[in-house]
Design a binder for this molecule. Structure first.
Ligand code: TRP
Length: 335
């Protein structure tokens, strides 16, 4: 059987937080040790422009995300790690796909639909502030995926629809121009924890309730102290299952440590004490990586070198495939 090609992208808006770490980064880095797959992980900086028109933020976020993944031990011998904008074949493929993707399919894309629904609810023009970038977002994502003939695409639930659209577009291309693309499948890991944020809702940049991943120790402790709790006093039994402190504990602890903390809750551990232990647990897991992260953040040229090396590997296959695709659609030398 041929190897699976695993591919996933990270949009470069914002600073990685504990929720990203537990939900996406940690499992992806673990998977990067698996040599049975060919894996592609990339920084989706073209996607970032759809949501964010602050150049400093896009640039800074690209650096932070790259440094984060490298500091946490991404194995770049097994995984092709690159920046989307370093692979010019991707936007070219996007145009080929744009010319056969059905507009009606894009009308149903949830990010676009949500924008339209919000406009209509406010009695505005339905396309108010909707850009072609937002509308075409799934076509760019299809180009990312099909460019490397990815078969497995690890994503969050909100992205399943986009992977299905990529599949649809691939089938259409294959039907018109002959078999060129493998059909991708979304992989959603149901095991992976969705971390709660400071206020108990899902940890997310849009709720402004995150704990950034590589805060200096003191600030990390401060953030953890801000996690919402109830007013139960030391000595009063506490419910682990409704506690954000416990939920985050669980995402970093071994099974034994989790069972132990559950008993501490039943015995009425003080919130201050529970948070102190939570800090120590998280800090232990992250402190070495944090040092590497800080070093890398001081060394932009090193990050750049690694990304360009990744782009070179990526282009070794994308340039070959794109040559075939150009031929397939009728764009090639007249000589
Ligand atoms: N749109 C994805 C997100 O916001 C990121 C992404 C871009 C992606 N291109 C991709 C994910 C290709 C998987 C495959 O999470």
């Amino acid at each position: 059987m041929s190897k699976d090609v695993v591919l996933t992208g990270i949009t470069t808006t914002g600073t990685p937080h504990l929720g990203n770490y537990v939900g996406a980064i940690r499992p992806a880095i673990e998977a990067s040790q698996n040599t049975n797959n060919q894996a592609y992980y990339f920084l989706a900086d073209y996607h970032a422009l759809i949501k964010c028109q602050d150049p400093a933020l896009v640039h800074q976020s690209t650096k932070e995300i790259a440094a984060t993944w490298l500091a946490l031990g991404l194995n770049t011998d097994n995984v092709v790690f690159y920046r989307q904008s370093d692979v010019p074949e991707i936007p070219e493929l996007m145009w080929f796909l744009t010319c056969l993707a059905a507009k009606g399919l894009m009308n149903r894309a949830h990010a676009y639909k949500a924008a339209v629904d919000a406009n209509e609810a406010e009695g505005e023009d339905s396309d108010k502030a909707v850009t072609m970038g937002l509308f075409s977002y799934p076509v760019l994502m299809a180009a990312d995926i099909l460019m490397f003939n990815a078969t497995k695409v690890p994503v969050g639930k909100d992205q399943i629809q986009h992977v299905e659209m990529a599949r649809d577009i691939a089938q259409r291309f294959n039907h018109i121009y002959g078999e060129h693309f493998a059909l991708p499948e979304a992989v959603v890991d149901e095991q992976v924890a969705v971390l709660q944020g400071l206020d108990g809702r899902k940890m997310s940049k849009s709720y402004n309730n995150t704990i950034p991943l590589f805060l200096p120790e003191k600030k990390l402790q401060k953030h953890i102290n801000k996690i919402k709790t109830n007013l139960l006093e030391p000595g009063e039994p506490k419910d682990a299952d409704t506690s954000t402190v416990f939920q985050i504990w669980q995402a970093f602890a071994t099974d034994e440590q989790t069972a132990e903390m559950r008993r501490e809750f039943e015995n009425g551990i003080a919130w201050g004490e529970a948070k102190k232990r939570l800090f120590a647990l998280i800090n232990d897991e992250l402190k070495e990586a944090r040092e590497r992260y800080n070093e890398l953040m001081e060394n932009g040229p090193e990050i750049e070198r690694i990304l360009l090396e990744g782009a070179e590997k990526a282009r070794a296959s994308s340039s070959v495939l794109l040559k075939d695709l150009r031929k397939a659609v009728g764009i090639y030398s007249l000589a």
